[in-house]
Design a protein around this ligand. Structure first.
Ligand SMILES: Cc1cc2nc3c(=O)[nH]c(=O)nc-3n(C[C@H](O)[C@H](O)[C@H](O)COP(=O)(O)OP(=O)(O)OC[C@H]3O[C@@H](n4cnc5c(N)ncnc54)[C@H](O)[C@@H]3O)c2cc1C
Length: 462
């Protein structure tokens, strides 16, 4: 059947307000924040309900038209970029928070609600939501599920997967799969919702999410700590964890190259009189603010005596804590300042992160002496981000990727800690997955999406 017939039926079924032809689709839906070359979708569909999502997918199945789900388009792997001849299915109108139950610690929301709206609603209810990341104002909770997002809270609460109690999903043929049971324990065969978490839209469209909320900490202490090397950083993390246990809520490490970029791009004042090889931003939760600040101060003094810490600032107010955290916001500026930004988000055995960063520096400098590379990450959970400015490596983006992923293999890491595979990391997926694992992934895809219509060409080829 021709696309014209499909488009006419789509618009007559859903209305011109919900479905737009490709020529009328604004450019912002042509690509995501990953810098992937834009592609105009065959149509843009912005449904308002699960029933409308189901109707769209039934039509797409009947006409064999591919579907690319789109959330907030902040993904960094190109996974939400339309493929040729596919429709873009944006969840942005399905943005209601439907229920917040503080006694049970649950929130039910439609997939298109932003992460920030979820966080704010949780705080308004006297609780917190366990996932936080720099794109919070734009990324959607459905996108967070589809990418199994990580971010700043993983150390304490785990990744998105650990925050999801239930999902409602629409399969490629339009079948609605309601899995919104408010229970932590449910050992009744396969845990089907897990298939869709981290699937990057290749198995179905997430339409509703049942989330776990956590008790709000009564106080949080924030400290910025300067250290000479990675071994010192690891020693400080262990020291903090042995004193505060799971109350260490964030441990974000920034190499000096990242700190200098942050200061310059965000026009911030330097936190210390001199620069240091590594800075860690640490949040510790507790009950009483002044006592917590004193306890943190004491641990830092012990660490200083042990030669692990060179200098430290303990925030004395929420405003000062927010100022310190601004240092970590440079990733939002990468695309404006690097041309292009070659971004990596790799996972490594935690103790190896420092040596891995040194190996990257050595390998990059040997081949591209003028290269500009930044290192930062959620080191508390083994996740390192690296960003290289493409113009400082003569535009040899693929060679930079090949070099870095070669080192990931050498250090037995994973090519994606949290951003996913999308289009960008497809060539390297087999570095982190065995042929047997890939065969099972393909079998699951075949079972749930036999026509291969859900986000085709993303994660792997069929
Ligand atoms: C400044 C910045 C900081 C970031 N920091 C982090 C970080 O710390 N940790 C982290 O994990 N990520 C981070 N990211 C990456 C990104 O924000 C996350 O991957 C986020 O979860 C993507 O959500 P989104 O709604 O923007 O999804 P999109 O980019 O729109 O889509 C991403 C993928 O999810 C699929 N998808 C979206 N919605 C649905 C749905 N309802 N049903 C099925 N599939 C769907 C898409 O098809 C695509 O495959 C960052 C990005 C930026 C720009």
């Amino acid at each position: 059947m021709s696309h014209e017939k499909f488009l006419a039926e789509l618009i007559s079924t859903l209305g011109a307000d919900v479905a737009q032809r490709g020529a009328d689709v604004p450019e912002r839906y042509h690509t995501d924040w990953s810098g992937t070359p834009p592609q105009r979708p065959l149509a843009l569909v912005r449904p308002r309900s699960t029933q409308e999502v189901s109707a769209v997918l039934r039509l797409c199945t009947a006409h064999r038209v591919a579907v690319v789900p789109q959330g907030g388009l902040t993904g960094l792997a190109g996974a939400a970029v339309p493929s040729q001849g596919a429709i873009a299915l944006s969840l942005e109108r399905m943005n209601a928070i439907e229920n917040t139950d503080t006694r049970a610690g649950l929130m039910q929301a439609q997939a298109g609600v932003t992460l920030q709206a979820v966080q704010e609603a949780a705080v308004a209810a006297g609780m917190v939501f366990g996932v936080d990341l720099g794109a919070r104002g734009s990324c959607q909770i459905g996108g967070n599920v589809a990418t199994n997002a990580g971010g700043n809270g993983v150390l304490q609460h785990g990744m998105m997967r650990e925050q999801v109690l239930g999902l409602e999903v629409v399969l490629a043929d339009g079948t609605v799969l309601p899995m919104l049971r408010p229970m932590i324990k449910n050992n009744t065969g396969y845990d089907l919702k897990q298939f869709f978490i981290g699937a990057e839209g290749t198995l179905g469209v997430v339409t509703r999410v049942l989330l776990r909320l956590r008790p709000a900490p009564q106080a949080t202490a924030t400290t910025l700590v300067a250290m000479a090397d990675f071994d010192a950083a690891l020693a400080v993390l262990k020291r903090m964890q042995s004193r505060f246990g799971n109350s260490v809520a964030a441990y974000e490490l920034m190499w000096d190259s990242f700190v200098q970029a942050s200061l310059s791009w965000l026009k911030l004042s330097a936190p210390f009189a001199e620069s240091h090889p590594l800075l860690a931003l640490i949040n510790v939760d507790g009950k009483n603010e002044s006592q917590l600040q004193g306890d943190v101060q004491q641990v830092l003094e012990e660490a200083m005596e042990a030669g692990e810490v060179l200098d430290a600032i303990v925030a004395q107010s929420v405003a000062q804590a927010q100022t310190l955290w601004k240092l970590r916001e440079a990733p939002a500026e990468l695309n404006n300042n690097m041309h292009p930004a070659i971004n990596f988000d790799v996972s490594l055995p935690q103790a190896e992160i420092g040596r891995f960063a040194q190996a990257c520096e050595a390998a990059f400098s040997a081949r591209w002496p003028g290269k500009h590379a930044l290192y930062f990450g959620h080191v508390g959970d083994g996740n390192l981000h690296v960003s290289v400015d493409g113009k400082t490596v003569g535009g040899e983006c693929e060679a930079v990727e090949a070099e870095l992923y070669r080192l990931v293999g050498e250090f037995q890491g994973s090519v994606s800690a949290e951003h996913g595979i999308g289009l960008h990391k497809k060539p390297y997926l087999q570095a982190s997955r065995t042929p047997q694992e890939l065969a099972v992934m393909r079998a699951i895809k075949q079972a749930l999406d036999p026509l291969g219509l859900m986000n085709p060409g993303k994660v792997f080829e069929l």
